[in-house]
Design a protein around this ligand. Structure first.
Ligand code: NAP
Length: 249
C-alpha cells in the first residue's frame, strides 16, 4: 500500500458540485483522483488542489474503468467513488430530439452504471462507498424535465439494486438528489435577479443550493460516520422534492 489515507475517485470533478467535493476531500487529507473530460480544466484543478487527474468521457466505459483502475493501482485500494458527471435538458418530450434523449441518458445514467461496473470490481475486495447524483426532478413531476427526470430516476433504481447486490461485499451504495443548485449547467435559471427569485420560490427553504451544500452530504456519505445506510437517495434540495409551502384550502 503506497499510502494510508483514504482514496476517492470523483468523476466530473471539474464541475461545480464535483470540484466542491474534490476540495472538501482534499482539505480533509484524502487522496483524490479526478476523472474529467476537459484537460484544460483538469490541469487547473490539479494546480489548485492536491489531486490526480485522468481523462474520461461519459460515453466511454473503458475510460471510466481505466480511471478507477489507475487509482486503485497507485494507492493500493480505493475507499469510495462518486459520479458528479451530469447534464440538464429542459424540454418537453415532443420537442426533444433523439440525439438529446440519448445524450441525456448516456451522460447521466450510463456514466453511473459504468462507474458501478468499474468500482465494484475493486471495492469487492475491501468494501467501501459508491455515491451517485440523481435529482429532485426524479421524485416530483416538473414540467419539461421528461428526459432528465427519466435518467435521474434510473439512478435511483440503479442505487437500490447495486446496494442489494454488493451489500455482502461491504459496499454501501447511496445517491443524493439535489434541488436547483447554482452551477454552470443551471446558470440561465439563476443569473438574473428575476430568474433567481422565481427559482428560489420553489424551494421551501427559500434559496437555491450552493455546490458545497450537496458536496457536504456526499462527503458524509463517503465518511466512516455513514455506518448503516445503503440504497438511499437523499434529497439535498431545500425541500423542492417533497415539501409544499403554499396550498389553496
Ligand atoms: N445544478 C443543479 O441544479 C443540479 C440539480 C440536480 C442534479 N444535478 C446533478 O449534479 C451533478 C453535478 O452537476 P453540477 O450542478 O455540478 O453541474 P456542472 O458544473 O455543469 O458539472 C457537470 C459535470 O459533468 C461533466 N460532464 C458533462 N458531460 C460530460 C461528458 N459527456 N463526459 C464527461 N464529463 C461530462 C462536466 O465536465 P466539464 O467540467 O468538462 O464541463 C462537469 O464536470 C450532475 O449529475 C447534475 O445532473 C445538478
Amino acid at each position: 500500500m503506497a499510502d494510508r489515507r483514504d482514496t476517492f475517485v470523483v468523476l466530473g470533478g471539474t464541475g461545480s458540485i464535483g470540484s466542491a467535493l474534490v476540495r472538501q476531500l482534499s482539505d480533509a487529507g484524502d487522496n483524490v483522483v479526478v476523472g474529467a473530460r476537459d484537460s484544460r480544466k483538469a490541469a487547473l484543478m490539479a494546480d489548485e488542489v492536491d489531486c490526480d487527474v485522468h481523462s474520461i468521457e461519459a460515453n466511454s466505459p473503458s475510460s471510466i474503468r481505466s480511471c478507477v483502475k489507475a487509482a486503485a493501482e497507485k494507492y493500493g485500494s480505493i475507499t469510495g467513488v462518486v459520479n458528479c458527471i451530469g447534464s440538464v435538458l429542459l424540454k418537453p418530450a415532443h420537442l426533444t430530439t433523439d440525439a438529446e434523449w440519448h445524450n441525456t441518458i448516456t451522460t447521466n445514467l450510463t456514466s453511473s452504471f459504468s462507474l458501478i461496473q468499474a468500482a465494484a470490481k475493486s471495492l469487492r475486495q475491501t468494501g467501501g462507498s459508491i455515491v451517485l447524483v440523481s435529482s429532485a426532478a426524479a421524485r416530483i413531476g416538473l414540467p419539461n424535465h421528461e428526459a432528465i427526470a427519466a435518467a435521474k430516476a434510473g439512478i435511483i433504481g440503479l442505487t437500490l439494486s447495486a446496494a442489494a447486490t454488493y451489500s455482502k461485499h461491504g459496499i454501501q451504495v447511496n445517491a443524493v438528489a439535489p434541488g436547483l443548485v447554482k452551477s454552470e449547467m443551471t446558470r440561465k435559471l439563476w443569473e438574473t435577479e428575476e430568474a433567481a427569485a422565481m427559482s428560489a420560490s420553489m424551494h421551501a427553504l427559500g434559496r437555491l443550493g450552493e455546490p458545497d451544500d450537496v458536496a457536504r452530504v456526499i462527503s458524509w456519505l463517503l465518511s466512516p460516520a455513514n455506518t448503516w445506510m445503503t440504497g438511499q437517495t437523499i434529497g439535498v434540495d431545500g425541500g423542492l422534492g417533497s415539501v409544499l409551502t403554499r396550498m389553496k384550502m
